[in-house]
Structures are given as C-alpha cells and as structure tokens.
Design a binder for this molecule. Structure first.
Ligand code: ADP
Ligand code: MG
Length: 522
C-alpha cells in the first residue's frame, strides 16, 4: 500500500512520498503547488480547500475557515474561546473535523499522484486505502495527537505513525548521513515555534529533547507590520482604520513581510480616509538612516528592530531546551551549549526571513546552511514524515509531556509521574500502588506534581478489592497511550477507560460519515 508523509500545518500543509530507489517526492496539487494553504471554504455541502478556498476569501470571507489547527483538542463548545464550530448540513465541525476535510483533500491529491505513477489502479477514491504518517508540533499533548489521528482516520487514511514536526525536519536533513551529529531543528512556522535537539548516529535518529511555543510564529511578525500600517494610516489621515478592513491590512502586511525577505525596503500602497497613501517599510536600520532620523518622534518602520522581542523569545526557548540535555565530557557532566551543536536545521516558512539565520549565527558562532541540496524549508517536514514511514524502525521520537496518575501523599492529592517528558517512544512503564476497594484511577498529563496544574486525560473505575494495583502505561510509536490496571492475584483484568471527552471509535464513525457527506473539490 502506498504511504504518504503529511505536514498538517497551521497555515500550509504538504504531502510527500518516497518513490523508487528511496527518493522522496513532494506531491503537487492540480495547479502544481507543493504547499496547500490550510484553508477551507464552504458552499452548502461543497468544501473548497487550499488555493480554491483562498481565492474565495476576498469575495466570501464569511465562508472561510483557517488556523483551525490552533483549536485542536479544545472542546467544540468553547466557541467563544476560539474553537468556533462551523455548521455544514446541520453538523458542527470542530477543529478535528476541519482537519479531516483538509486531509481528505490531501488524500485526493495523493491518489491522483499514485495513479499517475501507476502505484494505484483506477478505482473508487473512497475505497482506496492509503497509509499515512502525520506530523504534529512537539508541543502537542496526547489529546491533540489523538484528535489529529482521528482526523486522519476520518479522512480515510490508515494512520501508521505520528511524529513531531522537528523530528521529521531533521530526518529530511540527515537520515542518509553516516557521521554522528547533534542537530538543532529551529522550526518557525505560521503560528508556532518548536526547537528540538536530536542525535544522529549511523542513520538512527534519536530526539534528545524538544520545547516549543504554540503562540509564536509568522503571524506575530505579520501583526507587527499590520499594527504599523494601521497607525501610519491614522497618522496620515486622522481617520482610524475600521475593523472590517482588517483582512486587507493583514494581506498587505503579509505580502510586505514576504517581500522584506528579498528586498531591503518595500512600499505598501493603500487608500484610506479618501487619500492615496504610500508607506515605506525597511528591513534594517542602517547607520546612515539612523543619522538622518528626523528630529522629534521617529515613525520609520525598521522590521528587524521591531522584531527584537520575538527573536529573543525564540532564542530563550532554544536555551531552555539546552538546559534540559546534559552531555558527558572529560571534565564531568554539563548542559548543552551552542558550541556542542554540529548542525542547525531551519524549518518553517518564517525562516525565510534573513534575520532568523543571522540571529542564530550571531548567538551560536556557527554558519547556518541556507541552501541544502534537496531540502526546502517548506517541504522538509512532509518529506521527513514520508521517510519516517519507510524507515520507522530506525527512528525514535520522544514524549513532549510527562504522564502520571493521581495518588494521595500524606492525605494530599499528588501526580505521581510514571513517564517523564523527553522519554523515547515506544515505551511501557509500570508501578504498583496500594489502593482501597473500588478505587478510581485518574491519569494526568503535565510536568507539575499538583493535579490542578496538569491536564486530566482519563479516568478508570477499577472495581478492585482493597490491595495492590499494578498500573501499566504503554505508548505505541504512533504516540497514543493505553492504560491498564491489574490487581494480582486476581490476574489482569480488562477495564474500560471512562474518558468523557474522547471516545475515539464512536466519534470516528460519526466524523467519517460527515466528511463523506461533503463534496471535497480536488
Ligand atoms: P505552518 O507549518 O505553521 O503552517 P509554514 O512553515 O508553512 O507554517 O510557514 C508559514 C509562515 O511562513 C507564514 O507565517 C508565512 O507568512 C511565512 N513565510 C512564508 N514565506 C515567507 C517569506 N518569504 N518571508 C517571510 N515569511 C514567510
Ligand atoms: Mg510547519
């Protein structure tokens, strides 16, 4: 069965496969693009995805759905908190449903590709089974991973693996390399930032640690420009830019940002308050322009200067990551430093901004490769996922969060961690506890010892007699958790996890049916 690697991005998604001779190929859509905007637009039961949805954005903004990945794992009803459901044909699609529709579209692109290469026969699209490895941000917890898997299965994929995005990027970069390397993956996407340390040795990749921020990405750089444009337009005309023009400002800001990656200076032309305005944005403030700064308040826009805080945040996350990994030296054990890193891999579209590589080079004293043969910021994650699918036995990934159970310690509830974060998967952990009769097992995800600072992930009614209970937690390499409780001498009993908010099988059947009831235009 053909296999694809899918980078299910917040703003862009990408699909790749590994062709004959182990060479990765990025699958193109009907228009020849390798990247599909993660955007959906509805017209009744018709769903338009990717570029077709973006085209409708200007005309039918109220039918557009985007950035839904940020809401993955949030309950559907927290509509006011952001996870606004979209109603199609009387059914509310949440973030997982939206992802399923996007994935359905990506599956269509993949099927078309495999038909062309002769790997698939001409049959009904819905009956074609495809294996998929889907990537997720390192910061995703178990719940978000489950939701993503649900979306993949509902779209008609057999999800054979899920790996962290930075791991995938590193694989695309270094899977074929034989020397021992410590790699830092710096992935700055549209809405998220992830930093990961990996070891590569004789073709085997091991993640050492990974840290991220779910609310740091290209969007924050857009916002800087957008705010400047709004302020400058107001200064020039005395008229506030109304909210309904936000879309337009956003578009101007993003385009200007992209151009600033290529040019030192760009101009944004807009009409506001009855005036035609031309606003100039600069990439960096050179010495000479500082000297000719007009007296009084300076209203010039220097992109890199204004981005200092965002760059600091990226750097700080890298450095906390380094603190997590200790290395052995002749002088003893110490934390990782910039100088210990052999290669820095940039991933995510926002690394196109020259200031990113410049900042990393400044703090690390190392050269960052900007152009690597056969490697692109935009497609590396999908390519790595496809490679992972083919070389699954050579790769190990780590958990991003610890997992434990609630226990009573001196009468106070505590989370007893069975598996620490950064543990490699697959992994099985077990521990025995003394439990009263009819105990309820609560499974928590997080790093704190206080249950209310962690996330409750599942409850299991034990119906046990008083005595020892052995708890086993097992993660498969798809990152999905299974919990078992066992009380000898009664032997291992199968117990039902009463997980109120996640009933995979039932929801899958429902979602699959709903997605199938839509026409997804390829
Ligand atoms: P995600 O994986 O989060 O969906 P990507 O890795 O595809 O995102 O990156 C998307 C981000 O990259 C967007 O914020 C986009 O504006 C930014 N980006 C793409 N090309 C450029 C460029 N030439 N210069 C600056 N930013 C860019
Ligand atoms: Mg990405």
């Amino acid at each position: 069965m053909p296999l694809v690697g899918i980078d299910l991005g917040t703003t862009f998604s990408c699909v790749a496969c590994v062709g004959d001779g182990g060479v990765p190929t990025v699958i193109r859509d009907g228009q020849g693009n390798t990247e599909v905007p993660s955007v959906i637009s509805f017209d009744g039961r018709d769903a338009y995805v990717g570029c077709a949805a973006v085209e409708r954005k200007g005309v039918l903004p109220h039918t557009i759905f985007e950035l839904f990945k940020r809401d993955i794992g949030k309950p559907l009803d927290s509509a006011h908190g952001g996870a606004a459901p979209y109603e199609v044909g009387g059914f509310k699609f949440g973030a997982a449903g939206m992802s399923a529709i996007l994935l359905r579209y990506l599956k269509k692109q993949a099927i078309r590709h495999f038909r062309k290469t002769g790997e698939l026969d001409e049959t009904d699209d819905r009956k074609v089974a495809l294996d998929a490895v889907i990537t997720v941000p390192a910061s995703f917890g178990d719940k978000e991973r489950n939701e993503t898997k649900l979306a993949g299965e509902a779209a008609g994929f057999r999800v054979v693996g899920m790996i962290n995005e930075p791991t995938a990027a590193a694989l695309a970069f270094g899977l074929g390399r034989k020397e021992e390397l410590r790699i830092l993956v710096f992935d700055l996407g549209g809405g998220t930032f992830d930093a990961t340390l990996l070891r590569m040795a004789s073709g085997v990749a091991t993640v050492e640690a990974t840290r991220g921020d779910n609310s740091l990405g290209g969007k924050d750089f857009d916002d800087l420009i957008e705010r400047y444009l709004a302020a400058a337009a107001f200064r020039a005309t005395g008229v506030h830019v109304p909210e309904e023009r936000g879309f337009e400002l956003q578009r101007h800001a993003r385009r200007a940002k992209h151009e600033l990656s290529e040019c030192e200076q760009v101009e944004v032309a807009m009409t506001h308050g009855g005036e035609d305005l031309v606003l100039t944005l600069h990439r960096k403030s050179t010495h000479s322009s500082l000297r000719v700064r007009p007296s009084g308040e300076n209203h010039e826009f220097y992109f890199e200067e204004r981005s200092t805080d965002l760059l600091h945040r990226c750097r700080a996350i890298c450095e906390t990551l380094f603190d997590e990994v200790s290395i052995e030296t002749k002088a003893g054990t110490r934390r990782v430093r910039w100088s210990d890193i052999d290669e820095i891999v940039l991933a995510g579209g926002s690394c196109r901004m020259p200031m990113i590589a410049e900042m990393i080079e400044r703090v690390s004293g190392k050269r960052v490769q900007r152009h690597i043969e056969g490697f692109s910021y935009d497609t590396a994650i999908a390519v790595g996922a496809a490679l992972y699918g083919v070389h699954r036995e050579d790769v190990s990934d780590v958990l991003s969060h610890g997992m434990g159970v609630k226990v009573l310690e001196d009468g106070r509830p505590r989370v007893d961690c069975l598996v620490e974060r950064d543990t490699r998967v697959p992994v099985t952990a077990e521990r025995s506890y003394r439990a009263p009769a009819g105990a309820v097992l609560e499974v928590y995800e997080g790093e704190s010892r206080a249950p209310d600072e962690c996330e409750l992930r599942g409850r299991l009614e034990l119906n046990n007699p008083e005595g020892q209970v052995r708890i086993e937690m097992a993660w498969s390499s798809d990152g999905i958790l299974r919990v078992l409780a066992d009380f000898p001498p009664h032997g291992r009993r199968e117990l039902e996890i009463k997980n109120e908010d996640f009933q995979f099988g039932r929801r899958l059947a429902l979602l699959r049916e709903r997605v199938a009831s839509l026409t997804v235009h390829a």
